[in-house]
Design a protein around this ligand. Structure first.
Ligand SMILES: Nc1nc2c(c(=O)[nH]1)N[C@@H](CN(C=O)c1ccc(C(=O)N[C@@H](CCC(=O)O)C(=O)O)cc1)CN2
Length: 297
């Protein structure tokens, strides 16, 4: 293995420290803590873990955490009413509805009900438009975390060739917008891309967000490329009945060719919640009209 490991867990811990410092000065200036409301519908085991971790880390950063857990059979109307209530609550600076939602709910309709200025997930079409046009808004947490890791490793990304594999609204599309804003030459590849290995081999930066375990192989990479693995896939482990977590990149072969690579777990995943806390403290300042230099986060 020759690649450097990009330690997302350590970077996320340092970001949370900075958020905690800013949260303390926000409380002193505003006379209240910043607040994050997280809504979980149903009992998806992975979502339960993510929501529990969001709650713990929000408290640890000195912010208020408002958890709302609704049964899987809750009607969409009930969920929309809760979102409206959170929109109107001055103690709530950020609102996050954990995805995926049960199949009887329209995710886009639910997201569209969140006040865009409390949409710390950055999924509302208003924030999607703001990102696309370079206006100030909220940027989805996972892609923003990936860009933070890339800039920390490479410095300026200007002029680099980037390939994003995957075109989801949550990761692929905003990732492409962010890399474009950093003056990369961006290609968005997907399941129908012809000669995917050939396309990936041109890239200085590869972001894999396709949801297919260990799909990207070492011989797809340009030597020295920086590889960001967004995949979180549970696959059977060697031991009977156990599972293990792998990314969308075949770490063993890729780390022989890449210059730097994020591991799974411990790479991009921890950045998602750290950036959520960052977006929440930014939202609190904007909504309360308290000035601070957002570039320090
Ligand atoms: N409303 C949202 N829903 C979902 C989002 C999101 O950003 N907003 N992202 C994902 C889930 N997610 C946060 O919600 C998330 C995923 C992964 C991690 C993480 O720390 N992963 C660890 C491994 C954890 C494990 O063992 O399973 C890692 O990669 O090291 C945190 C948050 C979908 N839903």
């Amino acid at each position: 293995m020759s690649a450097q490991i990009i330690d997302g867990k350590a970077f996320a811990a340092a970001l949370r420290e900075r958020v905690a410092g800013v949260a303390a000065s926000f409380e002193a200036a505003a006379g209240r803590k910043a607040g994050l409301a997280v809504v979980l519908v149903g009992e998806d085991p992975a979502s339960q873990v993510y929501v529990r971790n969001k709650h713990k880390q929000t408290i640890a950063c000195g912010m208020e955490s408002f958890e709302h857990k609704l049964p899987a059979e809750t009607s969409e109307a009930n969920l929309l009413a809760l979102v409206e209530q959170l929109n109107a609550d001055p103690a709530v600076d950020g609102i996050l509805v954990q995805l995926p939602l049960p199949s009887h709910m329209d995710e886009q309709k639910v997201i569209a009900t969140i006040n865009p200025d409390k949409d710390v997930d950055g999924f509302h079409v208003v924030n999607v438009g703001r990102l696309a046009t370079g206006a100030r808004g909220f940027v989805p947490c996972t892609p923003l975390g990936c860009v933070m890791l890339l800039k920390d490793k490479l410095g300026s990304l200007s002029g680099l060739d980037a390939v994003v594999i995957g075109r989801s609204n949550i990761v692929g599309k905003p990732m492409a917008q962010l890399l474009l804003a950093e003056s990369c030459t961006v290609t968005v590849a997907h399941s129908r891309t012809k000669d995917l290995p050939g396309v990936v081999r041109r890239a200085d930066i590869v972001v894999a967000a396709v949801g297919r375990p260990e799909m990207v192989k070492g011989d797809w990479l340009k030597p020295g490329a920086t590889v960001i693995d967004v995949g979180i896939n549970r696959v059977p482990a060697a031991e009977e009945g156990k599972t293990r977590l792998v990314g969308d990149v075949d770490f063993a072969s890729a780390s022989d060719v890449a210059g730097a690579i994020t591991p799974v777990p411990g790479g991009v995943g921890p950045m998602t919640i750290a950036v959520l806390l960052r977006n929440t403290i930014v939202a609190a300042h904007r909504n309360a009209g308290v000035a601070f230099d957002e570039t320090t986060l």
